[in-house]
Design a protein around this ligand. Structure first.
Ligand code: SAH
Length: 367
């Protein structure tokens, strides 16, 4: 692995198969060089161009001079009592993101970040409090999978990827799509499309474009069944209200043989967990092939909410079941290392200066 960062060199981890093919064709090489390189990198674990023996000598020399294969570096690893592993990954200039590996008996899921921080201001999420710095590149997204699998070794395979780490994946559309296509490529990790999930707060235009670009599973962070409450919890709702969001979900589900969209719903005590809320939710999802994933709220310092009581969550689930919607309660994993949903903070140099605005807001509350 090359660790020196030379910005003049092209990082080949930034290309999916299509991009890599264009890259080689434009330099006068055969298109199949793309799959050869992908195999070397992702399947043979070779990053030294000299060792890529099926490439001509001159091509190897060219690649050595102009290209690099550089993944971001893990700088901290924490393993929770339940085996959940969190890595802090260095992205340069004081920025760090987090990826989380969640082992289960029949699969291993990697939760991948798409941005450094997040520009959305969901009130119950600690990443939101960090502000936003920048989008991650394709290399930095696929690199999380690449370094995680390397770190885990042969016995622990990553079988599933969820784009549920830091950031809003659909606001980094091109890079996230290229990285997800790369994960599903037979010459890299070969993950099946059912095992790659993009989670969105509801960026409607991007949801409508996604189907063309990339065939993956979709999860939508819903959290409220009426606009008034959703405007508050997930402020992007003010731009793309529920009617538009539901229409985009139906559209996405219609294309192709996908059976459902997963709706994530964080359980906040006294905020969105009443019987009426459950009824409204069932009504809202009546015409969409839906599964619901209830997420017990994970607290973080200065968070303004409490998690709903266990019996409230069970009652909520039962109501939805009765309404005919498959509903699961997400098991909280990695709590003791702050690796659970909404607890990922990394280290973000906020460029949006939103934290200043937040501070102001907090002050006005106090007055
Ligand atoms: N921005 C994307 C990707 C983040 S996914 C999205 O909104 O879907 C992370 C999931 O965890 C989302 O469903 C998010 O709403 C949820 N989440 C955020 N903060 C949480 C918290 N404190 N407790 C539980 N779930 C949380």
């Amino acid at each position: 692995m090359s660790v020196s960062v030379n910005s003049d060199k092209v990082n080949l981890l930034n290309f999916d198969r299509k991009g890599l093919t264009t890259f080689f064709v434009e330099m006068g090489e055969k298109p199949f060089r793309a799959t050869q390189i992908l195999k070397w990198i992702y399947q043979e674990d070779v990053t030294d161009f000299e060792q890529m023996t099926n490439l001509s000598k001159s091509l190897r020399a060219y690649l050595k001079e102009h290209c690099m294969i550089t993944a971001p570096e893990i700088i901290l690893e924490q393993i929770a009592s339940d085996g959940t592993t969190k890595w802090v990954v260095e992205m340069g200039q004081g920025n760090r993101i987090e990826s989380v590996f969640i082992p289960e008996h029949n699969r291993g899921t990697l939760c991948v970040s798409s941005q450094i921080g997040c520009a959305l201001a969901c009130t119950f999420c600690s990443t939101a409090k960090q502000g936003f710095n920048r989008n991650l590149s394709v290399a930095e997204i696929i690199g999380q999978l690449y370094v995680a699998q390397k770190r885990l070794g042969e016995e622990k395979r990553i079988t599933n990827v969820v784009m549920m780490g830091m950031g809003e994946p659909l606001l980094n559309f091109d890079n996230v799509v290229a990285a997800m296509n790369l994960m599903m490529d037979d010459f890299t990790f070969g993950l099946s499309k059912r095992r790659v999930t993009v989670s969105t707060s509801g960026i409607v235009p991007a949801m409508l474009r996604l189907n063309e670009a990339c065939d993956v599973s979709m999860a939508v962070s819903l959290h409220a069944a009426n606009d008034e409450l959703r405007d508050e919890l997930v402020p992007i709702n003010q731009k793309y209200p529920l009617a538009e969001l539901m229409a985009a979900c139906s559209e996405y589900a219609k294309q192709g043989p996908r059976k459902h969209i997963t709706f994530e719903y964080v359980m906040l005590e006294g905020v969105n967990d009443s019987i009426q809320d459950a009824r409204a939710l069932a009504k809202l999802l009546k015409n969409v092939p839906a599964k619901i994933n209830l997420i017990p709220f994970n607290p973080f310092p200065n968070s303004a909410y409490l998690c709903s009581k266990a019996e409230t969550i069970t009652r909520f689930k039962d109501m939805l079941h009765k309404a005919g919607i498959v509903t699961t309660i997400r098991k909280t994993r990695g709590e003791d290392i702050d690796a659970a949903c909404g607890q990922l903070v990394g280290k973000v140099k906020d460029k949006s200066r939103r934290h200043l605005k937040l501070q102001k807001m907090d002050l006005s509350h106090a007055i």
